[in-house]
Ligand binder design. Sequence first.
Ligand SMILES: [Zn+2]
Length: 209
Amino acid sequence: MRSRFFRFLLTLSNLTRPTPFQAAPRLRNTAPPLKSMNIPFLSALFGTSAPSSKNAMTSYPDQRTPDEWRAVLSPEQFRILREKGTERPSSGAYDKHHPSAGTYACAGCGAALYEARHKFASGCGWPAYFDSLPGAVVRHEDRSLGMARTEIVCANCGGHLGHVFKGEGYDTPTDERHCVNSVSLTFKEEGAEGGGEAGAEGKAGESKV
Ligand SMILES: [Zn+2]
C-alpha cells in the first residue's frame, strides 16, 4: 500500500522531472555564453564610440589632427614629432647645449619636458637627459627596425621625442639616457615653466663624457 503510493510518487516525479531538469541545464548553458558575449560586445561599443581611427592618440590631451600639426610645424618638425623620424647625429641645436638653468619644452605643444639640470653630455650626438619632469614623458615599446627599444613621447600631445636607454653606465642619478631629437624641443630661458630651482643640482649630470 505504502510502497505502491511511493512508486506512484516516483513515477509522478519521473514524469515531471524531465521538464525542470532539462530547463535547468539549458539555462545554465545559455547564461555564460550570453555573459561572455556581452563583455566584448560592450567594450567594442565603447571602443568605437571614441574616435576610432586614431587609437594611439586617444590618451593625449592635445588631439590635433595631422593637418592641424602640419599647419604649425616645420616639415622637419612634422617628420620627427608626428612621424617618429630621427635627426642626423650631432646636427641638432641642443646636442652641445648646456645651460645652467631653463626648460626644454615640446616643440609641438609647448609642454615642459626637461629642465637644464636633467641634461648631461653623453657624447651620443643627440641631447641626453637622465630624467624628465614628473609625468611629462610617456614610454612605449618600440619594435621597429628589428630592435626592442623604448620610445618616449610628449605626454601632452604624443609627439615623438626619441628613445630612452637604461643601464649604460653613465654617472648620473638614474643611469638612464633620454636620447631626444633637438627638433622635438624648444629651449625656454629660466622662468618659463617649472619653477626656479632649475640648475640647483646641475653639477651631478654634467661631469662625464
Ligand atoms: Zn607635446
